[in-house]
Design a protein around this ligand. Structure first.
Ligand code: F6P
Length: 323
């Protein structure tokens, strides 16, 4: 391997830039040429390549988003799209690819590797933390810290005005962001996609809270909850508890932005380096992750099919300590 390419794909995550920096600097250290691909897989299809030097990644470690830009690329889901991408890579003399992204991006990366035999390594970058083969994904820690800062602010208003707030957080089909931020912000209740939501039970619980002289409350709602988003759930609660003053806040994309946390910068730096070293050692079709502080390589297919699951014990503990 003499020349590698890297791209960022799917939803941006804080720490992607730290990963880009680590990949570029490690590759240069190991005497490889590095090419940055703009706009995720679209850049592979459209020949949007830029040569990366050490100074190209100066002072980006503290920045959110991704300097290479990102996209979700429907064309890459088609075989012709991937073939075009492969031909462009061959023409540019690219021997291997590092994909920074989440499950959708790994699916694409895995197909490229399986169909064309090009060495590919994935790095888990998503705020959702829903990837198997790593304790944490890059971006998750920053996102939950953004969420708890927002919930702390909402708490001030909830208490001052005796309001029951429903705060919707991201996470797609996974409750990691909701559960972690709920525990850390001391929310009164958490609604997760992994657990069937019972609105009557939630209302009963809220009534009991009122009897304990709690005049306000925070319910964290994961966007993937089957009973609906925060607005729908708030409406259902209001129908049953008309005397409650309720408000809804959807945190939205503020969760994806901002300067990455220390943990995310370190994780991204370690995994970026591991990906380059892994390619040089002949590893391919794998994701570099960190499990129990060790770097671990997991087949891409397992990373995006098995998915990481929240620990159900944490749900019980969060209930016990929020009463
Ligand atoms: O995967 C990251 C994520 O932010 C999810 O939590 C969310 O469901 C989704 O992306 C939103 O994507 P988009 O910005 O494309 O609407």
């Amino acid at each position: 391997i003499k020349k590698i390419a890297l791209l960022t794909s799917g939803g941006d995550a804080p720490g992607m830039n730290a990963a880009i920096r680590a990949i570029v600097r490690s590759a240069i250290y190991y005497n490889l040429k590095v090419v940055g691909v703009k706009n995720g897989f679209s850049g592979l299809i459209n020949n949007d390549f830029i040569e990366m030097k050490s100074h190209s990644v100066s002072k980006i470690i503290s920045r959110g988003g991704t300097i290479l830009k990102s996209s979700r690329c429907p064309e890459f889901k088609m075989q012709q799209g991937r073939e075009r991408a492969f031909n462009n890579m061959k023409a540019a003399g690219i021997d291997a690819l590092i994909v920074n992204g989440g499950d959708g991006s790994f699916r694409g990366a895995d197909l490229l590797y399986k169909e064309f035999g090009i060495p590919v390594i994935g790095i888990p970058c998503t705020i959702d933390n829903d990837i198997y083969g790593t304790d944490f994904t890059i971006g998750f820690d920053s996102a939950i810290n953004t969420v708890i800062r927002a919930v702390d602010n909402i708490r001030d208003t909830a208490e001052s005005h005796n309001i029951l707030f429903f705060v919707e957080v991201m996470g797609r089909h996974s409750g990691f962001i909701a559960l972690n931020s709920s525990i850390a912000s001391g929310a009164e209740a958490t609604l997760l996609p992994e657990i069937q939501t019972d609105i009557d039970q939630l209302c009963h619980f809220m009534e009991m809270e009122r009897r304990k002289n709690k005049t306000s409350g925070i319910v964290i709602v994961a966007e993937g909850d089957e009973e609906g988003g925060a607005a729908e759930i708030a409406q259902k609660v209001k129908q049953r508890l008309p005397n409650y003053e309720t408000r809804v806040t959807t945190l939205g994309h503020i969760q994806r932005g901002g300067s990455p946390s220390c943990n995310d910068r370190v994780l991204a730096s370690l995994l970026g380096h591991a990906a380059v070293k892994g390619l040089l050692e002949g590893k391919t079709g794998l994701m570099a992750g960190q499990v129990n502080r060790e770097i671990v390589f997991t087949p891409l297919e397992e990373a995006y099919t098995k998915r990481d699951k929240i620990d159900k014990n944490w749900i019980e503990i969060s209930k016990i300590i929020s009463m």
